[in-house]
Design a protein around this ligand. Sequence first.
Ligand SMILES: Cc1cc2nc3c(=O)[nH]c(=O)nc-3n(C[C@H](O)[C@H](O)[C@H](O)COP(=O)(O)OP(=O)(O)OC[C@H]3O[C@@H](n4cnc5c(N)ncnc54)[C@H](O)[C@@H]3O)c2cc1C
Length: 441
Amino acid sequence: MPAPLALVETDAGSPQAADAVIIGAGIVGVFAAYYLARRGLKVALVEKGRVGAEQSSRNWGWCRQQNRDARELPMATRSLDLWERFAAESGEDTGFRRCGLLYLSDNEEELAGWARWRDFARTVGVTTCMLDSTKASERGKATGRAWKGGVFSPTDGTADPANAAPAVARAIAKLGGTVHQNCAARGIELEGGKLSAVVTEHGTIRTKIAVLAGGAWASSFCRQLGIRFPQASVRSSILSVEPGAGDLPDALHTARVSVTRRGDGGHTLAISGRGRVDPTAQNMRFAGQFLPMFMRRWRSLSPGGLEGIRSGHESLVGWRLDRPTPMEQMRILDPAFDRRTIRLTHQRAIELLPSLGGRRITASWAGYIDSTPDGVPAIGEVATVPGFILAAGFSGHGFGIGPGAGHLIADIVTATAPIVDPEPYHPKRFQASAWGKVADF
Ligand SMILES: Cc1cc2nc3c(=O)[nH]c(=O)nc-3n(C[C@H](O)[C@H](O)[C@H](O)COP(=O)(O)OP(=O)(O)OC[C@H]3O[C@@H](n4cnc5c(N)ncnc54)[C@H](O)[C@@H]3O)c2cc1C
């Protein structure tokens, strides 16, 4: 069953020329196109399936600074402001609210880790409140039990995954940009060693700039261009229940289960970090580079099955620009959810918040979370293909930082002062043989 998603009507075919072509209408692609269109560029956003239908509608909706890696925190902070500004500027509703995020724990080590992060966050002006047992139990009163402690991040929030990317797509159209669904980009053309066109299934778009915001498909697309982009994905399973569970925290994390209020008043239930690794040719290719990440996270991961091979996003096949590609065979990556995980998640959520017990399950789904070896996204122009900007590998954080990433991409394209230091994101770091520091989730 796919994740709930609002559908948008968009433009047919594809234009003959554009100032910039954005490939992929997930949250990163739509915000990149939006900020470019605001600067007066003629943008064309091409999406092989539906706007937002892959990771960007399948997530929890958390937009957080809390526990972010130092490299990503500035982008997370700026993104929260941009989520708010977007609503005011565009008149479109992504469901974003600074509702604050609540973390509860009985584990001293975990609490100490959060306190360390709070100390670091203070140095960069980010407020987060450690909760002692009394305060944690009070904030978590819906659980009906006492907690050793917790943390509340009052300036963080959530947006609505079912509506966010579609809302931004509508805003792009208002600014004169075009959005094309069921329009896969098959590749690019070069002239004099520089990007000169994007070839789509509906025709060629002349352009000097292409942004690849293709999520889990980015590495296989890059491989066609001779670009080595180490990327791997984990299949994560998640479910939603109907509204009516009463007065619960808007966004609550515990080690066993996390619960988030959805835009429709229902709740999303999930287990943080848990996922299946489906073996694929691409996984094998980059296995060495992902070893430190795997060592860090192996406890919550388990081996998957043939889902990854069936999906086709991580195959090593080459494709031609005049024939249908794997992207046209898999319009929407909608992998099978893991039934055991769904059962366990539901059971744990009811144990934590008994009022969820009477609520009907409205949907269960899975999503491939695409990751880089260090857990920090890859954003930047690829030196070997001038005009080609890679923006993928958002490593489970891309929804919240989508606005900041889109803004940074627009800054790079228009050579304006970047909203955050672009250096930590540049994909050139993967060419070095040394393993980077793996980000915390
Ligand atoms: C279960 C789950 C929970 C998560 N929870 C959170 C959370 O709470 N907070 C958070 O910040 N992040 C979360 N994430 C991660 C977040 O959803 C992603 O990091 C983010 O959505 C990535 O956005 P994207 O635009 O890069 O990719 P996607 O949303 O995957 O979009 C990529 C798009 O590109 C299209 N595409 C690919 N190749 C082509 C091509 N050649 N031509 C045309 N179109 C193409 C695809 O069809 C797709 O629509 C979660 C992810 C999952 C799966």
